[in-house]
Design a protein around this ligand. Sequence first.
Ligand code: SF4
Length: 217
Amino acid sequence: MYAFTDLSLAAYCPRKLYYRWRDAEEYEYPERDGRHELAFRYDALLDPGTELGEEPVAVAPDEYRRALGRSKARVGAFDALVNPDDRDVFLQGRRARGVAHKVLESPLAPSLVSAGAPPPEGVWEPQAVRAVAMAKALSWERETPVDRAFVEYAAHGVVRELELTARRTGQYRRALRTAAGIDGPPARTRRRSKCEACEYRGTCGVRTRSLRSLLGR
Ligand code: SF4
């Protein structure tokens, strides 16, 4: 049984998952801040009467409201996400468990709220793996198919819908196999851009771009 976040880390860098397990007792998960709550206040944030300058949004107020307006227009379940049927729901699936930030009943789907920035299109793969894990666990609990999940980049006003396609399910299964295969430190990721945002970069033995630039190379 894995945590949803384990699978997300397996998709990001298996070595990072190894470190997280190794340091599990000391690891302190970052606390949620006001950015997370934005995902529960979309109606107010869309209201031109709300002063966005006071809100923890990551982009300029006009840009934020335009992005949120586009999300509302594109995502059929936007209204359901504004008033979710449940929030912070612990889900226990067959292979993974953890918390879904929102659960919708119609369509039946979980949602993951991210404090970070979205990719230009779609969803970052580690977050997609986590969202698929949530959808699989919800499906397992309810004994009914769940064919979609949502990822909300709340501080950017961007909501993305994710269908559980064969490709997405394949990424989730690959993360499960990766986690199951960890038996000692795995190889470092070859995509070193990931290391620059990784809290283990100082001890992992990778040379990140910032260090190279410090050395003038
Ligand atoms: S520093 Fe890079 S290789 Fe090491 S755990 Fe982090 S992401 Fe993986």
